[in-house]
Design a protein around this ligand. Structure first.
Ligand code: PHE
Length: 405
């Protein structure tokens, strides 16, 4: 295409606007005849048009706008198709869609159109923009892929070699054990419940029938949080009992797994941070018999059909009567070995019938309802399930050990 400066325009002072632009072969006699001179690039047309609008108050017709769109479309699709590298594509992006690009310049005419013409011209402009953007993006992707391939071809790479295997982990044995336990409990009808780790004394102790000066607080020595309210790191999951019963009325049947804290030193069987699962069942006429049958079913689910349990009398302030539940040693089937220290039984959890005071404290009438509760140590059961002898194994994160489970 030939570009020549229009003397006529120059004379009329429009050349300042057209400066540095490739210019127009003027076909019409005067700019007022309209813009029938479209033998130029899109940017020039739009510059020229604006110049005319500015100096002679000429308004582009919709037909001219459409022709200008077509010219820009044709010119830039051709140029984009021939662009040799990414830099060239970027230049064309600026030249067509940039702030001073051909399309942007052309669209400036929109403001002078009637509402009717705007309705036609707007979509035309948008369609052109979409078309150019798509063409530019497509070319960029193509050239980028080409550049990467050229880079790769320079290096001696064997892409057919197999990759390094991705190391595949698995769940921590404690999580595996806890999942198994909660799965069995849910099959027995227990619903999931949770409570906070940092707990007030009221829910951890008071409501559970452990008043401030009760010696049972010594047995569950814990960490006190420095705050205005008396807060502790919960010593057991029994806090979920009090929290749940405050909000829900019987019948209720929940399991509450979670982390608990005690001021114990770490040894083979104790840890200051460990896990429990609380069980609570409150309804009419719930008794020790329900506790025994449910716990037997639970242990059979965990250790197989031969599992047996026994109750030994014990004391917890929040249950009456209270029991320790032993399971027949799964290692020697009750004959006596070093795991069960020759007794044939292993102590597994604490349980009992919910103390009437606890029900009362939580707004449940003990004359109408009764319940049982139990709290079992996840670590202790997991050690039995997985034959782990030292509780510290769970926390040391030694992959050589963890990989075995
Ligand atoms: N909370 C008791 C403990 O941590 C266990 C327990 C729960 C006992 C429920 C009886 C009933 O030792």
């Amino acid at each position: 295409m030939k570009h020549r400066k229009s003397r006529k325009l120059h004379r009329r002072g429009v050349s300042t606007v057209l400066k540095n632009k490739c210019c127009i072969i003027l076909i019409s006699k005067s700019p007022t005849d309209g813009l029938g001179f479209l033998l130029s690039c899109g940017a020039c047309i739009s510059h020229y048009t604006r110049a005319c609008v500015k100096y002679y108050n000429i308004i582009m017709t919709i037909a001219e706008f459409q022709t200008a769109c077509d010219t820009i479309a044709q010119e830039y699709t051709e140029k984009i198709a021939h662009a040799a590298d990414l830099a060239a594509v970027e230049e064309l992006r600026v030249a067509s869609l940039g702030r001073k690009g051909a399309l942007t310049e052309l669209l400036k005419n929109l403001k002078d159109f009637s509402i009717e013409d705007k309705k036609t011209a707007g979509p035309l402009g948008n369609a052109l923009k979409a078309k150019l953007t798509a063409a530019l993006d497509e070319k960029t992707d193509l050239l980028a892929a080409k550049e990467i391939n050229e880079e790769l071809n320079k290096v001696d790479l064997d892409l057919t070699l197999p990759g390094y295997p991705v190391a595949k982990g698995h769940r921590h044995p404690l999580s595996v054990a806890q999942d198994r336990m909660t799965e069995i409990l849910s099959q027995l009808g227990f619903e999931w419940a949770e409570g906070p780790w940092v707990e007030d004394e009221k829910h951890n102790f008071d409501l559970l029938n452990i008043p401030l000066h009760h010696p049972a607080r010594d047995a569950q020595d814990t960490f006190f949080v420095d705050s205005k309210m008396p807060l502790v790191l919960r010593t057991h999951t029994s806090n979920v009992q009090s929290r749940y019963m405050e909000k829900h009325k019987p019948p209720l049947r929940i399991m509450a797994p979670g982390r608990v804290f005690r001021n114990d030193s770490l040894d083979a069987t104790h840890s200051p941070v460990f896990h429990q699962i609380e069980g609570l069942y409150v309804d009419k006429n719930v008794s020790m018999a329900d506790l025994k049958s449910d716990l037997t079913a639970f242990m059979k689910g965990l250790f197989g059909n031969k599992a047996e349990i026994r109750f030994r009398p014990s004391f917890f302030p929040f249950t009456e009567p209270s029991v320790e539940v032993d399971v027949k040693c799964v290692f020697c089937q009750g004959k006596g070995c070093n795991v069960c220290k020759g007794s044939g039984w292993i102590e597994m959890l604490g349980a009992g019938v919910v103390h009437p005071n606890v029900l009362k404290n939580c707004g449940i009438d003990p004359n109408e309802f009764s319940g049982y509760a139990f709290g079992m140590g996840v670590e202790r059961l997991a050690m039995m399930m997985l034959n782990i002898k030292d509780i510290r194994t769970f926390y040391e994160n030694d992959l050589r050990v963890l990989k075995q489970f």
